[in-house]
Ligand binder design. Structure first.
Ligand SMILES: *Cc1c(COP(=O)(O)O)cnc(C)c1O
Length: 386
């Protein structure tokens, strides 16, 4: 099962979430259960809450919700807004559109900044909208739009929204927080949220959210219905060393393994690894003669255009079945047109190199000829960047 130096006996999860997990995380997940109302768990929870503040780069409390990432998106809106409010949503992919859908479920009306899929939003467009619509209660945006692999200019957008005292900036950092620079306090992000199965390298099932002082002031006046996702109650429970409802003990223990590793390596060093993986993957894709889909690629994932005469769905299936590698395809109108490789997991150099090597072999086997020497050169160039 060996092709040159690369081995496909090992299963490689190279999707942009869920991601490959470390041995330490797997071990933590297999530990015996303890009750969450115990001094031992209070310690575990407090460790997690303080580690999250380090990764969010904030002095505000970060809360842990027992939901997927979408739960934190919903919590952001229902805890700060009221039915009848109007918000501005940046849409340029699947996840941008999700904020609009959540808002409409709560009778919050929306305007859309339509961004072409694969491109980034222009902060000036947001500025001129807010200048002419000062009653806009919030701007929602993804730091990284995972469906297209684009990184939006959050620092610039935050500089704009900061000038509007009646408007919150809500950032979905589900494929960004931890893995790439997104300092909540320094950039003045009002609500920053994330999820466990992407940049945090643990299973699906937890979401993380933090509110600025400005956002907590909005929470005082919010009348959206909420019961399970009540952040004020969550924060009060956290102050007692508890979570509002039963705690996800195993997931929080696993989270601490990752948070401690980030603290040990330091956040900038942890983020640099993700950046290196992405730059190496981008370079290798170009060296293979492929095109990148995004105009401003996120360090957390690389979206690569599938060559015209190749079926993207067949390519994914081939990589999965023959080479034991999972990558993601495109969604909606990008179905079959792109593949997306994630860089947020516990990924070794060998995993990253093997993915490109077997991607090239798969393309060859599906009729898109790439010379063996070109493949060798692409992986050598990549190696030099890791
Ligand atoms: C994955 C993802 C979500 C949705 O998270 P779930 O855990 O599936 O609810 C939302 N936003 C972005 C940017 C994502 O990548």
């Amino acid at each position: 099962m060996k092709t040159s130096n690369y081995d496909f006996n090992k299963y490689r999860l190279m999707a942009p979430g869920p991601v490959q997990m470390s041995e330490g995380v797997l071990k933590a997940l297999s530990e015996p259960m303890i009750h969450h109302r115990t001094p031992a768990f209070v310690k575990i929870l407090n460790t997690a809450l303080s580690g999250l503040k380090y990764v969010f780069e904030t002095t505000n409390p970060v809360m842990i919700l027992p939901t997927t990432g979408t739960g934190a998106m919903e919590a952001a809106l229902v805890n700060t807004l009221s039915p009848g409010d109007h918000i501005l949503c940046v849409a340029g992919g699947k996840f941008g559109e999700r904020f609009e859908k959540i808002a409409s479920a709560y009778n919050i009306s929306t305007s859309t900044v339509d961004v072409k899929w694969g491109e980034t939003v222009d902060a000036k467009v947001i500025d001129s909208f807010l200048a002419s619509h000062p009653n806009t209660k919030a701007v929602t945006v993804q730091a990284c739009e995972t469906s297209t692999g684009v990184m939006h200019p959050i620092e610039e957008i935050a500089k704009v929204v900061k000038n509007y005292p009646n408007t919150l900036l809500i950032v979905d950092g589900i494929t960004a927080v931890g893995a790439t620079k997104l300092p909540m306090d320094q950039w003045s992000i009002d609500i920053l949220l994330s999820g466990s199965q992407k940049a945090f390298q643990i299973p699906t099932g937890l979401a993380f959210i933090s509110l600025s002082k400005k956002a907590w002031a909005f929470a005082e006046n919010s009348t959206c219905p909420k019961f399970y996702l009540n952040l004020k109650k969550e924060m009060l429970a956290n102050q007692q060393g508890q979570t509002h409802f039963s705690s996800s003990v195993s997931l929080i223990r696993a989270l601490n393994v990752v948070l401690q590793e980030i603290e040990k390596q330091t956040l900038p060093a942890w983020q640099q690894r993700v950046t290196n993986l992405s730059i190496a993957t981008q370079k290798a894709a170009l060296a293979l003669g492929l095109k990148l889909f995004s105009s401003s690629p996120s360090p957390t994932l690389t979206a690569i255009e599938v060559p015209q005469n190749v079926d993207g769905a067949a390519l994914r299936k081939h990589l999965e079945e023959k080479y034991n590698i999972t990558v993601m395809g495109g969604q909606d109108h990008l179905k079959g047109k792109i593949i997306r490789i994630g860089h947020m997991g516990d990924i070794s150099d060998d995993d990253a190199l093997s993915t490109i090597h077997f991607l090239a072999l798969s393309l060859n086997e599906l009729g898109y000829a790439i010379d063996e020497k070109v493949i060798e050169k692409a992986t050598q160039e990549m190696k030099a960047l890791l």
